[in-house]
Design a protein around this ligand. Structure first.
Ligand code: SAH
Length: 436
């Protein structure tokens, strides 16, 4: 589709090519003209308003074919500078905006100040009891399609677009200088792994500096010890975004029998145990995740609450398992993976969330508590919260809302698509006149 696009400014590009290189055949060819784009009116307005994405269909004209990772300059209808961004020739998400409004030279100093701003934003957010957090959250920290997570002395840098490949050397140098972390592991999202391996040879899970990794790395969350498989694990090895919700679950767990569905490595389970839960079931479809949950319980046996708590793991499909009759619980945590990865999945996802929440609500004891989270950006917070309330009410008419939460401070979300995480804490109440 790119090929069909009108080539603009070709005269200017030719002029540059020839005027700067009078020396003839042996003169090295000058760099190609700056990639210039013009957008549809709607896209231009969105970019001007601060939106960081430009999709391929929104590009009205460009002066030449672009290469992945080069800088593209966007001009508005009045031929004024609109924004500059990273061009991705293979993804429909064609440009990720770096700077809007005033032109800037994108060089190492510029990246450094962005990086420092991201690191400063987290400074003072965490005491010594928490050593795992997100240092850079993609677009929302000015690094579109790039995430930097810290687990103790180990950093995990995850790229979601090939557009970062030409910049990696400079970014890595700056990250090393600014964080002084002992080790860094590169992670690549699945869709870019094959291409990244070809040229220039970046590999998912590759250690770029520091001691070789011999197993999961350890870190602290609210004083609890956890392991994270930064080399192979989902995301960068842990779901750091649920930190504050886990803490809240801890405060709701005393004396309770808890079910942690979609437990992964037991983050909610450990917090519930330390909070005084009588028993905790970690339920996940992945055996690997459950073994990690067991090891995380082992790591915290010095804590009386954890040592006293009966921890059991169940490997099952949570959707099916909750639907079959079985034990009831005082507190159920539901933290499924994204059920709507694409917009087209929305309707199905909403139906699945609804069923899941209703079946969990039916497995609650009187005055039981339900914690339901969604990490699907395509389902808005309002939609999800309403759905959760309505689905619980189908099982129990009287409910009380304890809390609604969103993103933690190390996961800022500056535009709607980045705002994926929402969580609701509900408690069952006795309907008037009926004793439960
Ligand atoms: N609550 C976790 C993160 C959950 S991530 C935490 O605090 O760390 C989602 C988890 O759901 C993954 O571990 C994945 O293995 C699991 N999962 C995916 N589909 C599932 C299913 N159908 N039934 C049970 N678990 C599932």
């Amino acid at each position: 589709m790119n090929l069909k696009r009108k080539v603009i400014d070709s005269a200017e590009s030719d002029k540059r090519k020839f005027s700067g290189a009078p020396g003839g055949l042996n003169t090295p060819s000058p760099p190609p003209a700056r990639l210039k784009l013009r957008l549809t009116a709607a896209a231009e307005m969105a970019v001007r308003g601060g939106h960081p994405w430009v999709f391929d269909q929104s590009i009205r004209r460009q002066n030449r074919e672009g290469t992945t990772g080069e800088l593209a300059v966007l001009y508005d209808r009045g031929d004024e500078f609109l924004a500059i961004g990273l061009y991705d020739a293979v993804s429909p998400l064609r440009v990720r905006i770096l700077q809007t409004g005033t032109p800037q030279t994108i060089n190492a100093d510029w990246w450094r100040s962005r990086l420092r701003a991201g690191l400063d934003r987290r400074a003072g957010c965490f005491g010594s009891e928490t050593t795992g957090w997100r240092c850079l959250n993609g677009e929302s920290d000015g690094f579109p399609g790039l995430v930097l997570d810290r687990y103790g002395d180990t950093l995990a840098l995850k790229c979601y677009t090939l557009a970062w490949m030409p910049w990696l050397d400079v970014i890595l140098r700056l990250v090393r200088e600014e964080t002084r972390a002992e080790r860094l592991v590169l992670r690549l999202s699945r869709n870019i792994q094959e291409q990244a391996a070809k040229d220039p040879g970046w590999r998912d899970g590759q250690e770029l500096w520091g001691e070789p990794i011999t197993g999961p790395v350890r870190f602290l969350e609210h004083g609890l010890h956890f392991e994270a498989d930064v080399v192979r694990g989902q995301k960068t090895g842990f779901f750091l975004d649920q930190r504050e919700n886990r803490s809240r679950v801890e405060s709701l767990s005393a004396g309770r029998d808890v079910l942690n569905a979609f437990s992964f490595s037991g983050g909610f389970s450990l917090h519930a145990a330390r909070g005084g839960a009588r028993s905790v079931v970690s339920l996940d479809i992945s055996d690997h995740a459950l073994r990690s949950a067991e090891r995380n319980f082992e790591l915290n046996q010095n804590l009386p609450g954890v040592a006293a708590c009966l921890h059991e793991t169940i490997r099952a499909d949570a959707f099916e398992w909750l639907n079959t009759g079985g034990p009831r619980y005082d507190l159920i945590v539901l933290d499924p993976p994204s059920l709507a990865r694409r917009k087209a999945d929305r309707t199905r996802a909403i139906a699945s969330y609804g069923k899941l929440i209703e079946s969990a609500a039916r497995r609650l004891r009187p005055r039981g508590r339900l914690v339901a989270a969604s990490c699907s950006a395509h389902v808005t917070a309002e939609e999800f919260l309403e759905l959760a309330r309505a689905s619980v009410r189908r099982a129990h008419p009287a409910i009380h809302e304890l809390a609604v939460t969103g993103h933690p401070p190390d996961h800022p979300a500056t535009f709607p698509e980045a705002n994926y995480l929402k969580c609701i804490f509900l408690e069952l109440r006795s309907p008037k006149g009926v004793s439960q």
